[in-house]
Design a protein around this ligand. Sequence first.
Ligand code: ATP
Length: 788
Amino acid sequence: MSNDVELEQEHLDLLYGHLDDLRERATARLGQTRKERGSTHQAMSERDSMSAMLIDQIERYNAVEHGLCFGRIDGLDGVVRYIGRIGLFDEKSGDHVPLLTDWRAPAARPFYLATAASPEGVRRRRHIRTRGRKVTDLDDEVLDLDIANVTAGRTLSGLAGEATLLAAVNARRTGRMSDIVETIQAEQDVVIRTDLSGALVVQGGPGTGKTAVALHRAAYLLYTFREILETRAVLIVGPNDTFLRYISQVLPSLAETGVLLCTVGDLFPGVTARREEPAAVAEIKGRKIMVDVLRKALDDRQRQPTKRIPIEIDRQGNRETLYLEPGEAKRARNLARATKKPHNVARPIFEKEIVAVLTGKLTEKLGDDPFADITRAAFESGRKDEYANTEDIGDNVLDQADVEEIRKSLAKEPEVLAVCDWLWPVLTAQQLVAALYASPDRLESAAPQLTAGERAALRREPRGGWTPADVPLLDEAAELLDGDKPVSDEFVIEERERLARREYAEGALEILKGSRSLDDEEDPEYLSATDLLDAADLGERQRTISFVTAAQRAAADRSWAFGHVIVDEAQELSPMAWRLLMRRCPSRSMTLVGDVAQTGDLSGAPSWDSILSPYVADRWRLAELTVNYRTPSEIMAVAGHVLATIDPTMSPPRSVRDTGVPPWAERVDADKLVDRLVDAIRAETAVVGDGRVGVLVPAERVATLGAAVASAIEGTAVGAGVDLVSPVVVLTVKQAKGLEFDSVLLVEPAEILDGSPRGASDLYVALTRATQRLGILHTAPLPEAVKI
Ligand SMILES: Nc1ncnc2c1ncn2[C@@H]1O[C@H](COP(=O)(O)OP(=O)(O)OP(=O)(O)O)[C@@H](O)[C@H]1O
């Protein structure tokens, strides 16, 4: 074996040499490009585009530094193929010989799929384990049936690369999710490589790798369908900021950065929805009837006067009063509504009609027959029912130009515009929704289908920010107001530039730091590159850059149609949130991953069919993941009983390993809970060393217990928005969704169970967050379903 290690080290040295070479060339070109002095706008723009492209390239080379090459397959035909994070070719040889095959390429697929029973043309699969640039171990599986019995023990369970896989799942957690590119299993590989088109649902129990698979699928799709997806972008939606930070490193480590990661609360440009609200209120906002509520709220803003409205206008220094009759206002409203255009888009039609009516009145007042042209025009445009016969059309002594002059001046008249604003106001989504929440009368009129208590729950003052559940309502409102028109073109451009400048500046400086640490600091090429990319003017330079990624553009554009949308913890989204996401993905090219047994949100989905059937009927595919890579079998046995209370027909996923460590539970007196918890945390941190301890507590206790633990144990992070790199984290179950810790301490499970109508699902989630150890502390009796 040691001879083999040396041989693999030689190949690895060759690959890293190649990578260094590519990076150096790109860095040198970057330095050169930055020095070019073009004076025209186009030259500057081209130079900046080229710089951005080179920076992107360097970023990719830096990203694959760790674990560049991790596998090798030896074919039955004698061909040897190395598998890694990117493809590298021996360009000097002229015939483009692959030195390293990208894991996403079809040629790499047997590395993930081959088994002794179905070797896919592979004689031997080798996992190459490395630390930095050094080979540390090799893990071989011989798949040739003639000699399969030699290694049969390794593949009995159907796992590929078992030793490497177990090393990965047993490793200490860091607070950041790692990629699984070295050990993707066959059932996961099938999901990752499913075709781009259509909706795919990935259902799987806790720890089956749904999140990991979703992220690797994004990388696969970007590689395989780069042309489509680089222009239309990929959106990944996760449940909260902590989760997004947790997964943030995975795609960069796979050398993919052009993906927009966000929560539903981020999906309305210009709004950062972080305000909190009770789950029951969010549930009301998530109901589909809110579409009708918003429609009615908007209808109510298209006012119908009950009395004539006096309009005072200035006519060459004289004040004139014109009267708009209720019937005339109604006719204008009907006309504008009949266009079926969004409210703001239809406003000019409403305004034009009001101005036309007033023009008629004013010309009449001035002693002429005003209706001649107007009624004729109305008649000719087909509104015959309003003007029953052509005899109504009289003579007009004013010529067309005079009438037109009057019309123009009325169209600018502040009083006329003020009346139009009152009858048909131009609104933003924020104005419509905030005004609805702020007024019991508006709520009562718009939401008769809600109970008085539910309407009272929606009541809120306009100030104080938006909640995540407001965002789908804002989006729906924007749709009713403006259709698929961007909120405002100017705003979109501004927002785009702001995001692009920020990301660009941060990204570029990171890259330079990264590449410097790898190379000679005195290298003149590096110096010239860093000189030119100093932090002070980096952001400003980007102002002129015409190149911004599709993901950046998409982030600022409410009407953006993504090339593919991936939704994690998809079971949690409300019907209103689905409407928003479906609008962002008209092609319905989507991957939804989740577990309906873990649904904790009150407006979450009871089944996949209920989410998808309104949009794609039964045209969606289901893939299932069945193996739990996170939670050891000892802990899954406990969680399995809780699952049976949620749905007795569901079985928990099969754990990939035992740890021999049984979960424990301990009842303590209420006044001893904090002390005992602090002791237990200390004990667990001692066991997991540089791993992570998660303390999961009922929502009502997070503030008090969190503060008590934080004051006793240094480095404790508490509650929403925490950074999971902290050694100890105190969270609610909702906040811990999708996350994992080496050791979990669960406090007061009975309160979690009783704390919500979906308490059993919450408990199931809480019990399945540990990769190694689980302890339960309780003052009340353990729920019956928790059998320890
Ligand atoms: N093939 C694999 N190789 C190595 N580790 C894996 C593999 N598949 C999953 N894992 C690990 O298992 C853990 C659970 O994965 P992940 O969070 O994606 O599961 P999940 O199905 O999304 O779980 P949950 O529904 O509980 O959020 C992660 O640490 C992930 O890296």
